[in-house]
Design a protein. Structure first.
Length: 140
């Protein structure tokens, strides 16, 4: 789905992820739902703050597989790409810079790839889930 590159768009993306996971069998108060919703919030906020190009939306894709949940957030700003690996902690008094630290600690895997068929980048994160809890659903 496409969302406006605004705080409202990021908020709507986060809510969509939580709702879709609930529909796919991961209740709102379950660990997979809460974890992936937080990851979605951080990736969407980064797309709005660091990947914003005026007039361009960011895109979110959510995928459920038997033992895996994957989120992909794409934006059109390809010249700024986060470094994969353990992000450096910000200064204690810094007002930002903790989002990818959260993603690093919450996701089982994450990375950055060129955006398919368009300029920009795709930041993705994966969360392993027990096989009996995952309900396959369509891609969002």
């Amino acid at each position: 789905m496409a969302f406006t590159s605004t705080p409202r768009g990021a908020r709507r993306a986060r809510r969509l992820v939580s709702h879709r996971l609930h529909e796919w069998g991961h209740p709102y108060d379950s660990t997979p739902n809460e974890t992936l919703t937080l990851i979605a919030a951080e990736l969407a906020a980064n797309a709005v703050c660091h990947g914003r190009v005026p007039g361009r939306d960011f895109h979110l894709r959510l995928i459920a597989a038997p033992v895996l949940l994957r989120i992909e957030v794409s934006d059109t700003r390809g010249e700024w790409r986060p470094a994969v690996g353990t992000p450096r902690p910000p200064a204690p008094d810094a007002e930002s810079g903790r989002g990818l630290l959260l993603v690093e600690r919450l996701a089982n895997r994450w990375g950055v790839a060129p955006r398919e068929a368009a300029p920009g980048k795709c930041v993705w994160a994966e969360l392993d889930v027990p096989a009996h809890r995952t309900a396959s659903g369509p891609q969002a």
